[in-house]
Design a binder for this molecule. Structure first.
Ligand code: 3H9
Length: 692
């Protein structure tokens, strides 16, 4: 049953029962209408309560249905709400835990609302690239006021029910048992007529035009490529400027328009992608996890410090181990400074600041960390150094401790084999700055135990990361793909581009940063170091030598004040560099390449399709579990534009046959061998299928 109906004396109760969050899918909507009919037809019933079973009143419309006609099949959410609103018996929403989106809209269609404190109240549709499409933009301003409603709808941010207690949204906040309070309330209002309807409330905001214009300007400046936020303002504006039914129709039209946009499809893809990433087909949801109540981090450098902060932020004590007191002191001082900056910006209370700083302690002794439940190594990226660390960890750590490596490219199986407990070894690849970036690549070794994976996935949620599992290969999912992207970026310089032109082309698409600005930020020496290893290990792979020439000039990026761009002291702005541009032109001449004008389209296609092709190999080899995992890696770790849904979703949107056709064209150019379509990509394109 997706909603249950029962009668208790003179009160009928309709309980939404569609786990996990009582999404208002077709069956649930149908069951609500059936319940309402039964209650209407039963003379003994004097009032009706609608509530939700389990962990939510309702999380809103069933987002999974949006791609199918079921989403709009009758009874639509509109119909359900009008059946409730036009009922001649009072309907009371008994709200607990979560009332979001269509769930809140359903409650707004009821005559009364009783809520538990702590319930999360939101119209979060904008986060899915749509707007509330079942009356939310018309009814919420009528009960909480124009300004608060507009803020809630444009931001989508949840507000705790008790913070809305002074508004007309709730008739009562129930401190004790919600159903007892709702039932008592129902008895009290059973005979009260006329029945109050939110639609009849007048919005009193004399200066609304100025306020709406100010909102339009602000929201337009903030919403980038997403159309939904501005449409939210227009829909809320209709609540003041139009009659209620016209406002509802206006809102409905905007909703139907937005739900079809690529931006909304991409955001919905990311919503489900994030949740899917936490699941592994062979690690069931009920796999027991190991308790992680304390953590140790090896290395107090930038990475180690950032990693430690994640755990302290989640209330978990962390010990940082260093070899020398000086390095340890420096690392701890940096962490303190980071927290002080957050405190100064007002993003942390003094109490939380002190708590977090106190949770991070330092040590020089391996014995001191032996009882930690999990240890994360963040030392220099060199197999010899890793060997020493893991042999020592194997010696000192208590049985059952999780031994994790923050390696970004090295073989986790090899690292595991330095210990006598490879089942406890796993990769946890954080992205810099580790306390900020959302992505955590969890690297599954051949022998990594399932409970270790389940634990690390759970921990990643606890420290608010998007955990994505990768198999072992050089570079794992993210860096293995970025290598192809960087290679193409290098070839583009040889053939006629400047770093600025390449960066601008992808930044126009919405990338946070193009490859060269990114290199300058991360440090060009890191790639140089990796390439030098590759020249020995994989001599058949070709790279542009431009990046090596740059490094030979000591231009490692922002940290040396010069990289692909010039920098001024204390200023992160990138200025095109005549030295670099001359160097690039000379290099082309040395190679005998006649430089040509290259279009932005070619730049974007070559960069993105090189990512996509490598990703197809990664998927086929089982390194990634699903295409959406690859999208999540790129959306949360590499600044891939959110409105495109990630590289795989982007390729699906372009159409895989079109991707393959473009690759065939580039295969005729220099380094054509890089453009051989991966078998999976070729197959899907031929069958007219998609990755996702
Ligand atoms: C809408 O209402 C449109 C209307 O205005 C107009 C219509 C005409 N549908 O996040 P969790 C699943 S648009 C389907 O890990 P939490 C989720 O996929 C909707 N499924 O739990 C996951 O499934 P699985 C507006 C949904 O406790 C499971 O529930 N509403 C929906 O951390 C657990 O999710 C929203 O945008 C849904 N609506 O957080 C609310 N919601 O286990 C979106 C969740 O198979 N939802 N699922 O992976 C949320 O913000 C959070 O899920 C919520 C629970 C706070 C509810």
């Amino acid at each position: 049953m997706s909603a249950e109906y029962k009668v208790d004396g003179s009160i009928a109760v309709i309980t939404l029962n569609n786990p996990p969050v009582n999404g208002l899918g077709h069956a649930t909507r149908h069951a609500i209408v059936e319940g309402m009919k039964q209650a209407q037809n039963n003379d003994a019933v004097k009032a009706i309560i609608i509530t939700g079973a389990g962990k939510a009143f309702s999380g809103g419309a069933d987002i999974k249905e949006f791609n199918s006609p079921k989403a709009f099949a009758e009874p639509s959410l509109h119909t359900v709400i009008s059946v409730i609103e036009s009922s001649d018996k009072p309907v009371i929403a008994a709200i607990h835990s979560v009332a979001m989106g269509g769930g809140l809209e359903l409650a707004l269609g009821c005559h009364y609302r009783v809520a538990s404190p702590g319930a999360q109240i939101a119209l979060p549709e904008v986060k899915l690239g749509i707007l509330p499409g079942a009356g939310g933009t018309q009814r919420l301003p009528r009960v909480v006021g124009l300004e608060l409603a507009l803020n809630m709808i444009v931001s989508g941010t949840p507000i705790a029910s008790e913070k809305l207690a002074k508004t007309a949204l709730f008739n009562e906040l129930a401190e004790g048992d919600l159903m007892a309070a709702a039932t008592a309330f129902a008895h009290k209002v059973a005979d009260v007529r006329p029945l109050p309807k939110v639609r009849d409330i007048k919005i009193d905001y004399p200066n609304y035009e100025a306020f709406l214009q100010f909102s339009r300007n602000t929201v337009r400046a903030m919403s980038g490529p997403f159309p939904a936020p501005l449409k939210c303002v227009e829909a809320v504006a209709a609540a003041v400027t139009k009659k209620f039914d016209d406002g509802i129709k206006f809102e409905r039209d905007l909703f139907l328009e937005l739900v079809q946009t690529t931006e909304s499809k991409a955001l919905r893809h990311a919503f489900f992608g994030e949740r899917a990433a936490s699941k592994l087909p062979d690690v069931p949801d009920d796999t027991p996890t190991r308790p992680v109540k304390s953590v140790a981090v090896i290395g107090a450098g930038t990475m180690g410090g950032g990693i430690a902060m994640n755990f302290a932020n989640a209330g978990i004590p962390v010990q940082i181990l260093e070899m020398k007191q000086e390095a340890l002191d420096k690392g701890l001082a940096t962490i303190r400074k980071n927290y002080e900056n957050t405190l100064k910006k007002g993003k942390l209370t003094q109490e939380k600041f002190e708590q977090r700083v106190a949770l991070i302690t330092g040590t020089l002794s391996y014995e001191a960390i032996a009882q930690a439940d999990m240890v994360i190594e963040a030392v220099f990226e060199d197999m010899g150094v890793k060997e020493q660390v893991f042999k020592k960890l194997d010696e000192v750590m208590k049985p059952g401790a999780i031994l994790a490596s923050n390696t970004s490219t090295l073989d986790v199986d090899k690292i595991a084999d330095f210990t006598k407990r490879p089942q406890d070894v796993v990769g946890t690849h954080f992205f810099s700055p580790a306390n900020v970036m959302k992505l955590l690549e969890i690297v599954r070794g051949k022998k990594t135990a399932k409970d270790v994976l389940a634990t690390v996935l759970a921990i990643s949620k606890k420290i608010k990361k998007t955990g994505v599992v990768s198999g072992v290969c050089d570079g794992f999912i993210g860096n293995r793909m970025i290598e192809q992207y960087s290679r193409q970026a290098g070839f583009l310089l040889e053939e006629g581009c400047t770093p600025e032109q390449v960066d601008k082309a992808v930044e126009k698409l919405g990338f946070a940063m193009g490859p060269f600005r990114m290199g300058d930020l991360a440090g060009n020496d890191i790639g140089w170091y990796i390439r030098k290893r590759r020249y020995v290990e994989k001599p058949h792979i070709t790279y542009s030598k431009t990046a090596d020439l740059l490094c030979e000039l000591g231009r490692f990026g922002q940290k040396t004040g010069a990289g692909w761009y010039d920098y001024k002291p204390g200023d992160r702005k990138a200025y095109p560099s005549a030295v670099v541009n001359d160097m690039i032109v000379k290099h082309s001449a040395d190679l005998g390449i006649e430089r040509r004008k290259i279009s932005d389209q070619e730049i974007v296609e070559r960069l993105i399709y090189s990512l996509v092709n490598e990703a197809a190999y990664i998927l086929e080899e089982g390194i990634a579990t699903r295409a959406s995992d690859i999208d999540m890696v790129y959306l949360t770790g590499y600044g891939f534009p959110l409105h495109t849904g990630g590289p795989m979703f982007y390729a699906d949107t372009v159409g895989l046959p079109n991707v393959v056709r473009a690759m065939e064209k580039y295969a005729k150019g220099r380094h054509g061998d890089a453009w051989k379509p991966a078998p999976l990509l070729a197959k899907l394109a031929e069958e007219g299928k998609t990755f996702n």
